[in-house]
Write a protein that binds this ligand. Sequence first.
Ligand code: GLA
Length: 385
Amino acid sequence: MTPKDRAVHHFRAHFGKSPALVARAPGRVNLIGEHTDYNEGFVLPVAVDRAAWVAASPRPDPVAHIVAADMGKEAIFSLNPVPPREGNWADYPRGVAWALGGRGFVLSGMDAVLASDVPIGAGLSSSAAVEVAFAWTWRTLSGLSLERTELALLCQRAENEYVGVRCGVMDQMASVWGREGHAILIDCRTLEVEHVPVPPGIAIVVADTLVRRELAASEYNRRRRECEEAVRILAQHLPGIRALRDVTPEDLERFGRYLPPLLLKRARHVVHSNARVLTVVRAFRAGDLETVGAAMRQSHISLRDDYEVSSPELDTLAEAAWEVPGCYGARLTGAGFGGCIVALADKDAVDELERHLKRAYEARFGRTPTVLVCQPSGGAQAEAV
Ligand code: GLA
């Protein structure tokens, strides 16, 4: 059953009626520009054909009754006021209600069922998809006048301040701004969005190490602090910089020597990554897939050696992908430490790529990675049932 059908089916079974609407919000895979969003830089994600779905109907009292179909769990909470976080899955819809309420919106009570086929914890933004799906549901049920970027920012706020994870804005922006056949260039400072066609004939292949690292959140926050510290030191020599976004590769050549070696590595990753995102966008437009692939490979090496967020499992998959003829490039995608790699390959080369990735990974780790071919898909939407 598709997650949409699952959501509708469970809604009928649980609430004894049909839902008024279903909302869909996709996960994402980031093609290039990792750990640049919170440095006010550039990212190039694709919304994928894996999504969180919410089937919902309004109810008269200010209460949300939410069933998580995939987990067999449910939560009932007040919308006025929204109770504090509990440290479980329902913090995502609760946090979204909290953020929307904090913005002054009055939310309709609702009965809802959530179902998703975004793999959890794999670096494909399963949580952003859930946040955006609930925000979109409330936007539709309560008739909120809320455009896409502001909705994404409120979901990010829910995750930062209610759930307590200091993520950047890429995942929520990708989920609202997805477009079929396109990648999404996001300027994380101005929040401008530009859709960039993914050349036809190219497949976006995602391979999951199946490794889920508990460390990821604390290491992620540590990287953010390191970047902030690098900006503080560089600002003594480059007055007026606000974020690593403002630092060019030439600036770093001149003033990098004032940074301790670790911070220089972190800054080098971010500064060059921003440049690489723009290189890839130009190369996509020119149909120059060799340049796209080379930038992806440099990105992986930089994430491995300078930003130090890779792992032996991610390196094995990326290196295996680099060996396959017809695969242009591959790199770890998402925050790192575990999760997935993304590869771009000729459609004809996908079977061999999948075989080779599985062979290489099984030989070293004795487990079979999950391989998905993702289609660039549309962003958040709702439809009447
Ligand atoms: C996670 C965060 C994003 C981004 C990436 C790294 O997915 O949620 O905001 O920082 O890591 O690029």
